[in-house]
Design a protein around this ligand. Structure first.
Ligand code: CTP
Length: 457
């Protein structure tokens, strides 16, 4: 019996896939089809896959050519599958010519001619028009957005708005997009908004964008008060618009792999989460001079609170903030300690104190550790009581990682798959609540500092 294997995403199954599978089956007696997982597609930079894994498998099954369907989860799996299933022929379309020649050491490799003028990418683009994105803000993160958005099919950056005309024009020149000073003209020219302006301006911009009927992706921290987050999500729901908080870690495949393993029971029940992220900031930058909204926690708190919220939830029993502040009361280093019914957590961040950036998840049977930059999760280890037993996991994190959140934002807008679990509205509201508590405490502490005459305003 001649055994054949082929692999693919098979998104929006089309004529090209059908013909490929038919010819693959004709090459032998038994055909195995490997269908890629969402996480693997994301990790290899294939964003915006529309159909879920289950639908793609169902569609392959319906062609009637596959004798067996398996799931392809990672790079390097093909060699193992070929050995395991004792494959005689590996086949794939001619768009891959040469790429899989290395498999010739294990079996015959056949490249079948690709069917012309059809692809999943084409169908995805036909099904969903290109969305024009407008950026609000012209800072460092806004700069990162444009090259990342270019890698996601279905979006094109149209223009930038900044009330400071010169900043908008400088930014627009650099990225060859339009600059808008008039906010109405800006909204007329776009379909979606990406907000990367100073934290305290987010609320007003989101509200206005939703009122103009635009979907919104807003940088973290989305807002600084719980009630504001609740109001904005309710408004988006009512208007049937997507509002998403952009914490890049929340959408990257490696972080989800880590969460999946943490929750799988491998390390037992989770009892302790420790997350730390420090980034020394140059003096004079807004993050270290804006007394009302700058500082470590507003800047980095969303990252360190994210694993805590994902693993323990938002219903903590107790929360305590301890900060090291500069003479004006701005936190250079903040440690948040939380107590939950099932465990404890600490989240540490700093702009003026350097520490070891690490994520540690400790359970009753073992622990997971991811070193810096764990917020761009690409590698982590699982350790057990037996020090000789260490499991190592890696996952691709491409570029600046914003492509993952842009792709998920688009999927939500196009109604493709439910990716909202990656950062739920409840979690985003929970984060706004923590920002609010933190800022309230900082105001009280700063007032006390000045009252006690330790410093001058
Ligand atoms: N294929 C083909 N003819 C096409 C499209 C795909 O023969 N017109 C083959 C590919 O070469 C591959 C298999 O079908 O062997 C699965 O391809 P996949 O990547 O899932 O499909 P594409 O349409 O190429 O998807 P995309 O546009 O997302 O790259």
């Amino acid at each position: 019996m001649t055994k054949v294997i082929t692999y693919g995403t098979f998104d929006l199954l089309h004529e090209g896939h059908y013909r490929l599978l038919k010819r693959a089956k004709e090459l032998g007696d038994y055909l195995i089809v490997g269908v890629t997982t969402e996480a693997y597609d994301k990790a290899r930079g294939k964003l915006n896959v529309v159909d879920s894994l289950v639908t793609r498998i169902e569609n392959v099954k319906k062609t009637g050519f596959a004798d067996e369907i398996i799931v392809e989860e990672s790079v390097g799996q093909k060699v193992n599958d070929i050995r395991k299933y004792q494959i005689d022929i590996f086949t794939v379309g001619s768009d891959w010519v040469g790429v899989f020649d290395y498999l010739q050491d294990y079996c015959r490799v056949v490249y079948l001619e690709r069917t012309k003028n059809i692809s999943s990418t084409m169908l995805r683009e036909q099904n969903s028009p290109i969305h024009r994105v407008g950026i609000i803000g012209t800072g460092r993160i806004a700069e990162r957005f444009i090259p990342e958005a270019k890698l996601v099919s279905g979006v094109s950056t149209q223009g930038v708005y900044n009330p400071h005309r010169e900043s908008a024009e400088r930014f627009a020149r650099k990225w060859e997009i339009n600059a808008y000073e008039d906010v109405e003209k800006f909204y007329d020219a776009i379909d979606l908004v990406y907000i990367a302006s100073p934290h305290e301006t987010h609320y007003g911009y989101i509200k206005a964008a939703l009122e103009h009927g635009k979907h919104v992706l807003c940088e973290k921290p989305m807002v600084l008060q719980k009630a504001q987050a609740e109001e904005l999500y309710a408004s988006a729901r009512e208007k049937q618009l997507v509002l998403m908080e952009g914490i890049k870690t929340a959408y990257c495949p490696g972080f989800h792999k880590l969460l999946g393993i943490a929750c799988s029971g491998t390390i037992g029940s989770i009892r302790n989460v420790e997350a730390c992220f420090t980034k020394l900031e140059q003096t004079g930058r807004r993050e270290l001079t804006d007394r009302a909204y700058g500082g470590s926690f507003t800047e980095l708190g969303s990252y360190v609170m994210l694993p805590v919220l994902k693993l323990f939830g938002k219903d903590y029993e107790d929360i305590r903030f301890d900060s090291i502040c500069d003479e004006k009361g701005l936190d250079l280093f903040t440690k948040v300690s939380l107590r939950y019914p099932a465990g404890i957590a600490t989240a540490t961040c700093g702009l003026g104190v350097k520490s070891e950036g690490r994520l540690l998840v400790a359970g009753t049977k073992g622990y997971i550790v991811a070193e810096a930059p764990w917020w761009k999760t690409s590698y982590f280890e699982v350790h057990y009581e037996d020090p000789g037993r260490v499991e190592k996991y890696s996952e691709t994190f491409l570029g600046d990682g914003l492509r993952y959140e842009i792709s998920d934002f688009l999927s939500l807008i196009n109604g493709n798959g439910d990716r909202a679990f990656q950062l739920t509205q409840g979690e985003s509201i929970g984060l706004a609540g923590m920002m609010e508590r933190f800022l309230e405490k900082r105001v009280v502490d700063t007032e006390r500092l000045f009252r006690d005459g330790q410093t001058e305003v």
